[in-house]
Design a protein around this ligand. Structure first.
Ligand SMILES: C[S@@+](CC[C@H](N)C(=O)[O-])C[C@H]1O[C@@H](n2cnc3c(N)ncnc32)[C@H](O)[C@@H]1O
Length: 466
């Protein structure tokens, strides 16, 4: 059931998405009434978190059963009075599902108020505590130990250090202050560590910060599907073109049993350090990470030139390539306000095409290319597939295994057969659910809810014909 306002969009973005979700092909398929409902559901689902937190087990260092047991012990420390179920996904054997309980109707609000940035607020609704860096405002008299009510500044309008804030804010739960207002704001150096320990969030999930490092990796369900769809094999040479912070890179390496070569690139140096950190934490040795603009990753020098281990690379030199493209991120949940302008929203298509063209050049004939995004627009998903099939006659769409999400969305002129080969995780495909750990009836109910109530995501798999 909806407890937060639906996602707040700029008028121009709202109207654009409205047109996308009311395109002629979709209306012809579903009818106007269903299309209207779908668009309303989409806006509502996006402002709420998915019903499950998903944890990928690093199967190179532990078994799923062992990780499950360790997780249960850790979660018990946080929720001594509750039984929080942990389920292994039946089709993604390295994935564990933990329900996000909520929404809770919290009656009591405290007079001491804390305002946090929207990103911090979104993390709280997925189980995080409030870190000091995320706090924008705290009541004048707040001291350590106070019970406080926490609000998210959804429009990004609150001034850092303000004593009160009357702008648009959404209540996300109650907690206990670990620092005073002056500890947070009256200091010259940035404050680190926890600022508020959440005691009752509107949506509650364990906090996985620093939990079992090296054993588990917090990863959204559709993101964990991607590397299985790519299906990398031990000994292969695999390229992850837009890789930071390395969630999929590390998954790929672990599916390859850490044998072969996984080359990860990202254009931002600090993010490349995160890939290296994650690879080392998860004890993966076959990953090489480089800071590089992947649109320039094809070696153009004449043959015979010495080629180093890093980019640029010779054409047709990879067995498999993942292009988890930079995108508008409109599928991320929860997201109570999207501050993107229409210009920004539609700017990604061109960059994605440049990256895609590079991927096709670098892939060997007979190789596999997977394209994915965490967004819900047609322009970045089905339209890109239609363009790719028209532009590169060597490409053929492939069946995906596992196929857990729905089919592609009509509207880009793709045939029904092609739409069936695409995998779209569409939050608007399900009704909103209250989740109460004790009322999840059967394992089947639980898995189908976890599979359908996810972030918005898209996956296409291509074969480069020999
Ligand atoms: C969707 S995120 C990747 C998430 C990552 N695959 C994971 O699962 O952890 C997209 C990434 O693309 C990077 N990026 C954007 N433009 C790029 C470019 N031209 N070359 C390489 N990386 C780029 C961004 O820095 C960002 O880290």
């Amino acid at each position: 059931m909806s407890v937060f306002p639906k996602i707040l969009l700029k008028r121009e973005v709202h109207d654009h998405l409205h047109n996308v979700y009311h395109n002629k092909e979709l209306v012809a398929n579903l009818g106007m009434v269903e299309v209207e409902r779908k668009f309303e559901r989409l806006q509502s689902c996006l402002s709420h978190p998915p019903s499950f937190t998903t944890i990928r087990v690093n199967t190179l260092v532990t078994s799923v059963e062992d990780a499950k047991q360790r997780l249960a012990e850790e979660i018990k420390k946080q929720f001594p009075d509750d039984v929080i179920p942990i389920h292994q996904h039946p089709n993604l054997k390295d994935l564990l599902l933990i329900p996000v309980i909520g929404p809770r109707r919290i009656q009591k609000q405290h007079s001491v108020q804390v305002i946090v940035g929207a990103q911090c607020g979104n993390a709280v609704l997925r189980g995080a505590h409030v870190y000091s860096a995320g706090i924008l405002s705290a009541s004048k008299w707040m001291k350590a130990g106070d019970e406080v009510s926490v609000f998210s500044d959804i429009r990004g309008k609150c001034r850092r250090g303000a004593v009160e804030f009357d702008g648009a804010k959404v209540f996300i739960g109650n907690g206990k202050a670990e620092l005073s207002r002056s500890d947070i704001f009256c200091t010259n150096s940035p404050v680190k560590g926890k600022g508020i320990r959440m005691t009752e969030a509107v949506y509650s999930s364990p906090s996985f910060d620093n939990m079992l490092p090296g054993y588990i990796y917090l990863q959204n369900l559709p993101s964990a599907v991607v590397s299985h769809v790519l299906s990398p094999q031990p000994g292969e040479r695999v390229l992850d073109m837009c890789a930071a912070p390395g969630g999929k890179t590390t998954h790929i390496a672990s599916l390859m049993n850490d044998e072969g070569e996984v080359i990860a690139m990202d254009k931002t140096a600090s993010k490349v350090e995160k890939i290296k950190h994650n690879a080392s934490l998860l004890q993966l040795k076959c990953i090489q990470a480089y800071c590089f603009n992947s649109t320039k990753a094809v070696l153009c020098e004449p043959k015979g030139m010495e080629q180093g281990p890093g980019p640029p690379f010779c054409p047709e030199s990879f067995d498999r390539i993942l292009l988890d493209a930079p995108c508008s991120g409109m599928g991320q949940r929860p997201n109570m306000a999207c501050l993107l302008s229409l210009k920004e929203l539609i700017s990604y298509q061109a960059l994605q095409r440049r990256l895609f063209s590079t991927a096709v050049e670098l892939l060997r004939p007979g190789g596999t290319l997977v394209y994915s995004t965490c967004t819900i627009t047609l322009a970045e998903n089905e339209e890109q597939v239609a363009w790719a099939l028209k532009t590169f006659s060597c490409l053929q769409l492939q069946v995906q295994e596992p196929h857990i999400g729905g089919e592609g969305m009509p509207g880009a002129g793709l045939s029904l057969d092609h739409l069936k080969l695409l995998q779209r995780f569409d939050p608007s495909a399900t009704e909103m659910h209250d989740v109460d750990a004790n009322k999840l009836k059967s394992d089947d109910d639980l898995v189908s809810l976890a599979d359908s109530d996810t972030i918005g995501f898209f996956i296409a798999k291509f074969l480069k014909k020999s």
